[in-house]
Design a protein around this ligand. Structure first.
Ligand SMILES: *Cc1c(COP(=O)(O)O)cnc(C)c1O
Length: 439
């Protein structure tokens, strides 16, 4: 019986540091575990609907499946209107345009880059605002400081499905006569004070991209209670057509197609199952990582509806020794494809980095978080066994943190020498390579 470095488990044990894949051991998983592998609903129902669509030969332009999908989503969210779209980004762009945002709009930098791009794409300046270290959503105290005479609105992001400080944002928006829009790409199926996400602000935007826990292949939606806004959005997403030959507005093509809608209808039938699996997985991670110093698992408000789709850790390197990036590298070598969401922050991405090179000065929390967080695999692709293994690797990596950190820095130095040497042998060996080789 082996009782080793990684304890007794029913799988290939890691007996010491050398067994970590990053140091040449065999990976813990033979297949790659992704953070967001698509959740798929009942295939039989999907194919039935697909056959129905093919028989009907109605593939797009407000077909019966799109209408049914929009009805289901608006019922679920508790709003009057759902306008289904081809993806979340176009939905954001259209929502922004329909609200007539212009000049400057306040957004978090700690979000997927589409939130900022949807503004910049229409030459509206995203003004990056810092987030609350606890909730990771816009910090109301920072928003006020970012408001200028050019500010026309605020886009809050319910990051990881945890609601923004909605009441505070509503108050600020009202006091300064700003429009309030929410990027709810992570918030489908979540609630705030027992009211569904999707029903706040002037409108909210969902994404149904396959990396999200609920998908329509590609897709998104705007949800709103505002009748005239909904009417405008319907026109905008369909070239401004108000009848067969009657264009009354400038528009684009943001329509959801029938296949996406039937995929959505089918996946909606399994929504509770997907959420149940996510919740179980979250509990498994919570148990597997309990009392681990320097590692904090995201907390969700269990009194609210919640989709539990993000398994997010915050790594405090001062305690763990191993850095967040080193942990990501270690896990990736084990075929656990952990992600650094949303590194390095929108303000460090082009074109924003060039426009606002100093933006980081007012984003201290964002700058800290992007170096600390790591997102782990979740969804129907993983279960308790995989999670037990993942947690064990994280635990042991942190237990042997100082030693691993040292080994890794040697490892990096060695890899660099090898790389330089490979490159050097392509031509003649330069002096500096000679100097480095004895290392
Ligand atoms: C995924 C995502 C989007 C974009 O949605 P797509 O459907 O991929 O276009 C926008 N904002 C956030 C926060 C997201 O995570």
């Amino acid at each position: 019986m082996c009782t080793g470095f990684f304890g007794e488990r029913g799988y290939e044990m890691k007996k010491n540091i050398d067994d970590l894949a990053i140091f040449g051991g065999s990976p813990a998983f033979h297949e790659k575990l992704h953070v967001g592998r698509p959740n798929l609903g009942d295939r039989k129902r999907l194919l039935e609907r697909l056959n129905d669509m093919l028989d009907r030969k109605w593939l797009s332009n407000n077909g019966p499946y799109v209408q049914e999908f929009e009805q289901r989503v608006s019922d679920m969210v508790g709003v009057k209107h759902c306008i289904a779209m081809c993806n979340g980004t176009v939905a954001l762009e259209i929502a922004i345009r329909s609200l007539e945002l212009k000049g400057e709009v306040i957004v978090p930098s700690f979000t997927f880059v589409a939130t900022a791009h949807a503004l910049q794409w229409q030459e509206i300046t995203p003004v990056f605002c810092d987030v609350d270290p606890k909730t990771h959503t816009l910090d109301p105290a920072c928003i006020e400081k970012m408001i200028t005479p050019r500010t026309s609105g605020i886009i809050g992001v319910h990051l990881w499905g945890r609601p923004c400080n909605i009441e505070a944002l509503e108050e600020i928006a009202a006091a300064h006569k700003l429009k309030l829009l929410f990027d709810a790409a992570h918030g489908f199926g979540c609630s705030h004070k027992n009211r569904m996400i999707g029903s706040f602000g002037s409108a909210e935007v969902f994404s149904f991209h396959p990396t999200k826990f609920f998908n329509t292949c590609e897709g998104g939606a705007i949800v709103t209670d505002d009748d005239s806004l909904a009417e405008k959005i319907h026109l905008m997403k369909n070239f401004g057509f108000s009848g067969y030959d009657n264009v009354i507005y400038v528009g684009t093509n943001g329509k959801m197609n029938e296949f996406s809608a039937l995929m959505g209808l089918t996946n909606l039938e399994s929504l509770d199952t997907f959420i149940g699996v996510n919740r179980e997985n979250y509990n498994s991670y919570s148990y597997g990582l309990r009392d681990l110093p320097g590692v904090k698992l995201i907390d969700y408000d269990h009194r609210e509806k919640c989709n539990y789709q993000y398994i997010l850790l915050e790594i405090d390197e001062a305690v763990t020794h191993v850095s967040r990036d080193q942990l990501v590298d270690i896990l990736r070598e084990e075929n656990i494809l952990a992600r650094r969401y949303f590194y390095p922050g929108c303000h460090k991405m082009e074109p924003y980095r060039s426009y606002f090179p100093q933006a980081g000065l007012v984003l201290p929390v964002t700058e800290t978080l992007v170096k600390r967080v790591i997102s782990l695999p979740n969804g129907t692709a993983v279960g308790p066994n995989e999670i037990g293994k993942i947690c064990q690797i994280i635990r042991e990596t942190i237990e042997y943190g100082p030693e691993i950190k040292e080994r890794l820095s040697d490892h990096v130095a060695l890899a660099q020498v090898v790389k330089y040497f490979d490159r050097a042998t392509e031509s003649e060996t330069p002096d500096w390579a000679e100097k480095m080789l004895p290392l």
